[in-house]
Design a protein around this ligand. Structure first.
Ligand SMILES: Cc1cc2nc3c(=O)[nH]c(=O)nc-3n(C[C@H](O)[C@H](O)[C@H](O)COP(=O)(O)OP(=O)(O)OC[C@H]3O[C@@H](n4cnc5c(N)ncnc54)[C@H](O)[C@@H]3O)c2cc1C
Length: 416
């Protein structure tokens, strides 16, 4: 399996995992198609989809790879907080698909509206795209209905946890009229478990730098911080003892953007600016295609849909205890590219037990961050994912440097 040289240097290297790509249990492709041009469609041009598209092209001679993604460029959510608080330009996080297209990926700049599984066709507004294999990496959508009033208020309280939405959050912050800034943490599972805490810290720093009165109030629906709690709480205490309030176990019951009020099960808050993150679920194409309800059902360790052996689902849309991380989505793209290549070549073997690893960073100031690495394996006996986490015990400058290096390397891996 190809791997990017992106391990943060300050954390110990992960042990080498045997991610075997061959699959005895998985139906092989017939010889006619194996000798011809195999058609692979990829839905979603984010972390998982770009990785899969690029690696399938490398792994299978003559593969016809079609990427279906409405955007014409990739925008990185990792490091996007620095853009929101005005420390980075959007261009430094935005990468057009030109290199990928030059390498031979066909880009259809439309949404996949439906998947005709019987005919093996992806349907867009103007095209029907046939496939031998389909990789879905549609990411997440917000369960707006979980917060009464959210749908009506969303223009005024942008979320910014999907690519390109960050501009609205930055504009909301720039227009902050004074008063408190209310942020929230959705219930697990959600995209990048440490990211909402990073957002709270850097917005607190943003207020500090401007000498603004008011606080950042972080309403957390979870009973405890999902991962890295001691590091996060120590950083909050040390850096923002009076600026940042973090409340665990608070459920938002209504938001009213006109009155600028948030009702919770613990009381009512007035705010100057708010950015709330609703609970999340897989992109709607997963439900449309009958591949899962809230999240996609897949089999491990190969990420094949439990409902269809020609469809792989990767990235944040997968229902599992694996962290929803771009790094993990990237590695899973490599993993399924190898799996498809082996099926096309008619190679047989046993699936290994290795699963892709996750690497996430959270900044607490522009110069200090924490890193989290989670390596996982599939236990075929218990049918469970076993996880081992390595977490920075305190914020540090090396992690900030590692985050910048990791991002640069992995963006190059994704878009060249
Ligand atoms: C603030 C923040 C910080 C983060 N930090 C880290 C970090 O430090 N490390 C890390 O590893 N991860 C981090 N992440 C998480 C990372 O961004 C996600 O895990 C990653 O984006 C998941 O990749 P994906 O391919 O599943 O989804 P995405 O990258 O969201 O890609 C999904 C794509 O699918 C497209 N799409 C959806 N539906 C359709 C359809 N029907 N047809 C066509 N296209 C469709 C969308 O337009 C989108 O481009 C962070 C996230 C946030 C928000």
């Amino acid at each position: 399996m190809t791997r990017p040289a992106v391990r943060p240097s300050h954390l110990p290297r992960l042990s080498r995992r045997a991610v075997l790509a061959s699959a005895l249990a998985t139906p092989l492709l017939g010889p006619a198609r194996a000798q011809g041009r195999v058609r692979v469609a990829v839905v979603g041009g984010g972390w998982g989809g770009l990785s899969a598209a690029r690696h399938i092209l490398k792994a299978i001679d003559g593969a016809e790879v079609t990427l279906i993604e409405p955007n014409r460029a990739f925008f990185s959510c990792p490091l996007s907080i620095h853009y929101i608080v005005g420390d980075r330009r959007a261009e430094s996080l935005t990468f057009p698909f030109d290199g990928l297209i030059r390498e031979g990926v066909r880009h259809v700049a439309e949404r996949a509206q439906a998947i005709d599984r019987a005919a093996r066709v992806v349907v867009t507004e103007t095209q029907r795209i046939p496939y031998d294999f389909l990789v879905l990496s549609p990411g997440i959508e917000y369960m707006e209905e979980a917060i009464p009033g959210f749908a009506e208020a969303k223009g005024a309280i942008p979320v910014g946890f999907r690519a390109f939405e960050q501009e609205a959050v930055r504009r909301a912050l720039e227009a902050h009229p004074g008063g408190d800034i209310v942020l929230s943490v959705p219930p697990v599972p959600y995209r990048c478990p440490i990211a909402p805490y990073e957002r709270a810290a850097l917005i607190a720093q943003w207020m500090d730098r401007r000498g603004m009165p008011g606080k950042v109030i972080l309403l957390d629906l979870n009973p405890a911080i999902p991962i890295g709690g001691p590091t996060i709480q120590a950083a909050f205490r040390e850096l923002y003892p009076t600026r940042l309030e973090h409340h665990l176990g608070v459920k938002i019951t209504r938001v009213d953007a006109h009155a600028k009020r948030i009702e919770t099960d613990k009381g009512v808050l007035a705010y100057g600016t708010a950015s709330l993150i609703p609970p999340m679920r897989a992109g709607s194409i997963i439900r449309q295609a009958g591949l899962g309800e809230r999240w996609a059902n897949v089999t491990f360790p190969n990420f094949l849909s439990a409902a269809d052996d020609r469809i792989y689902v990767i990235g944040d849309a997968v229902g599992s205890t694996l962290p929803k991380s771009g790094h993990l989505a990237y590695e899973t793209g490599v993993h399924v590219a190898d799996h498809i290549a082996d099926r096309v070549a008619g190679r047989t073997g046993q699936d290994g037990d290795g699963l892709p690893s996750a690497i996430c960073f959270a900044f607490f100031t522009s110069e200090e961050a924490m890193g989290v690495k989670i390596e996982s394996r599939w236990n075929d006996l218990t049918r469970e994912i076993e996880r081992r986490a390595e977490i920075d015990p305190r914020k540090n400058r090396n992690a900030a440097q590692a985050a910048r290096e990791w991002s640069e390397s992995i963006w190059a891996e994704l878009v060249g």
